[in-house]
Design a protein around this ligand. Structure first.
Ligand code: NAI
Length: 687
């Protein structure tokens, strides 16, 4: 993508990343295009070269400057995370950051109007560069996303973003973006004043050109924003912000949001000091264990996204069989990702709730009504299963029953295109058994989604010993196309995530059986850093599902399912889905009864929970359920929310010390029973 200019452009110097041209209106157009990358990042080399461009522009004095990207993917996705590892000295980092501050300030001080012309991703450092321009215009389409996701890497904006975002949109709006790391679309960005205009693509260049030629005064936040930033109001606002953050990110685990709030509280009235302290704060945060672990997870996520990238498998049509909890949501999600989806079930009455659910989701998530109706039209009810013969991908999500699934796959195989991908969403039945009646069982692959589909980023891609590698690669590729992270897993009971999660959930239930209140169990886990306690999680997954997974695992690996779980299911207490499990649920609200806490330190409870999970992770590593320990770590973080700042279960154990964890397991075995016996896989880790 580039400007469509009628005028002849003249250009002088050949550069690696930036390309500066001048049009007949004397407007300078500065394009960024990082070679050999699909997205633009602000690496040190890119910023250094930008310094040369700024020197040239100072001398050239154009009528205005427009910064844009030549890449299809968007403007700039941020700083180059690959370089973060080198930032291991806080003082040196602060110095490097100050050089970038100076560079952006020179752009800000240009005596001519400057404008960032934004399409696609404009994140982190990219948005901070755009904020240093006098104006910002973005294409109003679904691909445009603006945000400052630094907090997700355990840092905060560092290229002056903490200063300029607050100046542009006020502290509340700016903090909302910086503290959550969420991204917003162009329309929302225009509404809150982060950009000047969101315009449809067809008017984009006219709007850009006329804004730079007319050069009106730049937008300023209103009076409320000013009032929030006085020395008297800052401490009060900061306290409120901290209270909000504390609900999702405790300070001892996530220092960055608190550092950001303190930065503003202490220096919000002094621009120079705010820049200086932003640089210092970033220097400190970069070397924090939390940031290092989050950076590592970022790269592991990238690794997952690259799996199956080489297999060319453009998916246009998905056919889903079974319109229940999972099938309905899988279908809705694929349609939202732009695919045509046919959804099949036994009768229309089984599909109707899924369509109703999808409509509600689209209504809340897709603001543009034309796009919404397009997505809605993509989701087609197909009771006869006519879509099977046309689909690129066929996903089975019917009841968890071997014979029914087996019969279904025999029919699917006959009707499907020879090149279609055939997949099951089973959560416990071995693929070999499901595919037994197929002429070519090597076609069958597991695409195991997690519940809720729209929220869980991870998908397990299951291969049996006979699965064709081409099919599992295509399944991984499909997962990336629907914006999910594929984790390749060997077919084995419970696969990876449920297998590791199960002993953790069961230990929590055993504690309840012992008389410890569910609330106290959950608090021990959340204090450890889990986003939700295991009892509430079990209720959310569904106690019937916990029981069936537990039984499958017990049959294969031994052990028993806690009596309390069996009793709950027998009473019909399935958890959140029918309003009662270990807790009661009123709509989305959970009602937790208060109970006298037992006299066991939270850390001991957390050890019982977490070390069973860690021990099972070690067993999976030994059995090679996945290729390596990194995949277990990233899988557990993105598949279950395992305390991300700890870097995943294996990383956590090694960080705490393999010997110490092993010894603790032995002690727990002596105190509580054989379920804590260290797996033989520890031998390798102890070496
Ligand atoms: P569900 O009971 O909500 O939905 C199953 C649907 O399949 C029902 O609408 C039923 O009418 C339909 N169905 C049954 N036989 C059929 C047939 N022969 N042809 C067409 N439709 C048929 O079940 P849920 O929870 O959605 O699970 C579906 C699959 O997904 C199972 O294999 C389960 O193990 C797996 N799964 C479930 C998860 C969960 O949290 N519920 C998570 C991950 C996987």
């Amino acid at each position: 993508m580039g400007p469509t200019m009628n005028e002849k452009k003249d250009k002088a110097i050949q550069r690696r990343y930036w390309d500066l041209t001048r049009d007949d209106d004397d407007i300078a157009w500065l394009a960024i295009d990082c070679p050999d990358q699909s997205t633009n990042t602000l690496s040190m080399a890119v910023l250094e070269e930008l310094g040369d461009v700024v020197d040239e522009l100072m001398g050239a004095r154009p009528r205005g400057l427009i910064i844009y990207s030549s890449k299809q993917s968007g403007f700039i996705v941020g700083a180059d995370v690959r370089e973060f590892k080198q930032l291991d000295d806080p003082q040196e980092t602060a110095q490097k950051i100050s050089i970038v501050h100076e560079l952006f300030s020179r752009i800000e001080r240009f005596p001519f109007p400057t404008l960032a012309r934004i399409h696609g991703f404009c994140l982190g450092g990219g948005l901070e560069l755009a904020l240093a321009c006098r104006y910002r215009i973005a294409v109003d389409d679904e691909r445009t996303r603006l945000g400052m996701p630094e907090i997700l890497l355990g840092i905060h904006p560092g290229f002056g973003g903490t200063v300029r975002s607050i100046e542009r949109i006020g502290v509340l709006g700016a903090m909302d973006l910086m503290l959550t790391g969420r991204s917003i679309d162009a329309r929302r960005a225009a509404k809150i004043g982060l950009i000047d205009h969101a315009v449809p693509e067809r008017h984009f260049d006219n709007a850009v050109r006329s804004l730079i030629l007319q050069a009106p005064a730049s937008r300023k936040p209103g009076i409320v924003a000013k009032l929030a930033n006085t020395p008297i109001s800052r401490p009060a606002v900061a306290a409120i912000l901290k209270k909000q953050v504390a609900k999702r990110a405790p300070e001892q685990h996530y220092p960055a949001p608190y550092a950001l709030i303190d930065l503003w509280r202490e220096h919000g009235g002094d621009r120079g000091a705010l820049f200086r302290e932003e640089a210092k704060s970033i220097g400190r945060l970069f070397v924090s264990a939390t940031s290092r672990n989050l950076q590592r997870l970022f790269f592991l996520q990238e690794r997952l996204k690259s799996i199956g990238r080489d297999s060319k498998f453009p998916v246009r049509h998905v056919h889903v069989i079974g319109a229940g909890t999972m099938g309905g949501d899988i279908a809705a999600w694929c349609a939202m990702r732009g695919m045509r989806v046919t959804l099949q079930d036994r009768e229309i009455k089984y599909v109707a709730p899924a369509i109703k659910r999808a409509s509600a989701t689209y209504k809340s998530r897709i603001k543009d009504r034309y796009r919404r109706s397009r997505v809605q039209d993509n989701l087609i009810v197909d009771i006869d299963g006519a879509g099977i013969a046309r689909a690129d991908v066929i996903i089975e999500a019917i009841v968890e029953d071997l014979d029914t699934k087996r019969r279904l796959f025999q029919q699917i195989e006959k009707a499907a295109r020879p090149d279609a991908l055939i997949a099951t969403n089973t959560s416990s039945i071995p693929l070999e058994e499901i595919g037994e009646g197929m002429c070519n069982g090597s076609r069958l692959v597991g695409i195991h989604f997690f519940n809720p589909v729209a929220k869980m980023q991870l998908i397990e891609i299951i291969s049996a010993s006979n699965t064709d590698v081409l099919q599992s690669d295509r399944a991984a590729n499909f997962a990336v196309q629907i914006d999910r992270q594929p984790l390749p897993v060997h077919s084995s009971p419970g696969f990876l995530i449920n297998r590791i999660l199960s002993p953790y959930l069961q230990e929590a239930m055993t504690m309840v059986d012992e008389g410890i209140s569910p609330l106290q169990v959950d608090e021990a886990a959340t204090q450890f850093g889990m986003p939700m306690g295991p009892i509430e999680l079990a209720d959310t997954v569904g106690l019937d599902i916990c029981l069936s997974v537990g039984e499958v695992l017990a049959a294969k690996f031994g052990g028993t399912v806690p009596d309390v779980l069996r009793a709950k299911v027998q009473q019909g207490h399935f958890g959140r889905k029918n309003g009662i499990g270990f807790y009661e649920y009123k709509g989305k609200r959970v009602i937790r009864p208060k109970a006298e806490p037992v006299d066991t330190p939270a850390r001991d409870l957390a050890d019982r929970l977490v070390l069973r999970l860690v021990n099972e992770s070690v067993a999976c590593l030994r059995e090679e359920v996945v290729a390596d320990a990194d995949l277990i770590d990233v899988g557990m973080v993105f598949g279950t929310g395992f305390a991300p700042f700890n870097g995943g279960p294996i990383h956590y154990a090694l960080d705490r010390g393999a010997e110490e964890v092993h010894a603790r397991l032995e002690q727990l075995r002596d105190d509580h029973g054989d379920r804590f016996a260290p797996d033989t896989g520890w031998e390798r880790l102890l070496r």
